[in-house]
Design a protein around this ligand. Structure first.
Ligand SMILES: Cc1cc2nc3c(=O)[nH]c(=O)nc-3n(C[C@H](O)[C@H](O)[C@H](O)COP(=O)(O)OP(=O)(O)OC[C@H]3O[C@@H](n4cnc5c(N)ncnc54)[C@H](O)[C@@H]3O)c2cc1C
Length: 252
């Protein structure tokens, strides 16, 4: 898994819990890694026990902090992949970024039993409480917060319309492939299963979904790199989706 030129990060050790202020999202909490599940060659899901987790809405993210033995600290944002009902546990899905300090540590060093710190949930803007039709568009690891929405929809047995357009380079890079149902349309940009066209997300993918016109209209959630988020939101606007009903989360 080690990319050329990749220097393994310092071994991180976690200090005690640090209360920053009184709100749950401002409190650093200890998260104990309980399970690592491989999703694709360079992406894995990390499951943590966080007994004091105050809960979250699908689509929200958290801040994760690592502390090295010499006191050096670093922190990154990660979307919550798990649904809110997974009481006392949270799951994060991390892409192994080449040369990445935090994702590199998780993919090469982290073991069940390791402890890190988390603070959240953060950002209500990209949250979906399950109360209105949602049209989800994601690429690569940008599908992580959208997966929390899909799982929430399943766990709660919601009947509000939910659709997902997910872009991946090839079938073996499609995250959570086994979990998708009829709500999902995968788009493959480099290589596709036999009979499935190869190409970028286009108006031809977006238009039929907008044409469904669910009662109250779609709330669109777009997540991925800067370039993907711009491309997808442009397609939505061109297809008639109101700009003030498009929510964007950028991982770039
Ligand atoms: C709101 C939010 C939610 C996020 N959720 C997730 C998530 O669910 N899963 C996930 O894997 N990531 C997610 N990210 C990205 C994550 O915060 C980190 O940026 C990523 O893990 C890289 O951190 P690192 O320490 O491994 O790399 P760094 O050490 O920070 O960077 C190493 C090198 O990689 C480049 N780089 C950094 N980030 C990326 C990237 N995302 N893609 C390509 N190159 C990059 C840098 O420019 C640098 O050259 C999210 C970001 C935001 C803002």
């Amino acid at each position: 898994m080690t990319a050329p030129g990749f220097t393994p990060p310092t071994r991180f050790a976690v200090p005690g819990r640090i209360a920053v202020s009184s709100g749950a999202a401002a409190l650093w909490q200890t998260a104990t890694l309980t399970e690592i599940r491989r999703e694709t060659a360079r992406v894995a899901t990390f499951r943590f026990a966080v007994p004091g987790w105050a809960g979250h809405l699908p689509g929200q993210h958290l801040m994760l902090r690592l502390t090295a033995e010499d006191g050096y600290r670093t922190q990154r944002h990660y979307s919550l992949a798990s649904p809110p009902d997974d009481t006392g546990h949270i799951e994060l899905t991390l892409d192994h970024v080449e040369g990445g300090e935090v994702s590199g540590w998780f993919h090469t060093e982290a073991r069940p039993g390791d402890e890190v710190e988390v603070r959240g949930p953060l950002s209500g803007f990209f949250a979906w409480p399950g109360d209105r039709p949602a049209l989800l568009i994601g690429a690569g690891s940008g599908v992580v917060p959208l997966m929390s929405m899909i799982r929430h929809h399943r766990v709660r047995g919601l009947d509000v319309p939910l659709r997902l357009l997910v872009s991946a380079r090839a079938p073996e890079e499609l995250l959570y492939a086994r979990e998708y149902g009829t709500e999902t349309t995968p788009v493959f940009t480099r290589r596709a299963p036999e009979g499935v066209p190869v190409g970028r997300l286009s108006a031809a993918h977006v238009a039929p979904l907008l044409a469904e016109r669910p009662a109250g209209g779609w709330e669109a959630y777009v997540c991925g790199s800067n370039a993907f988020a711009e491309h997808a939101s442009r397609l939505l606007v061109q297809a008639g989706q109101p700009v003030d009903h498009i929510r964007i989360e950028r991982f770039g």
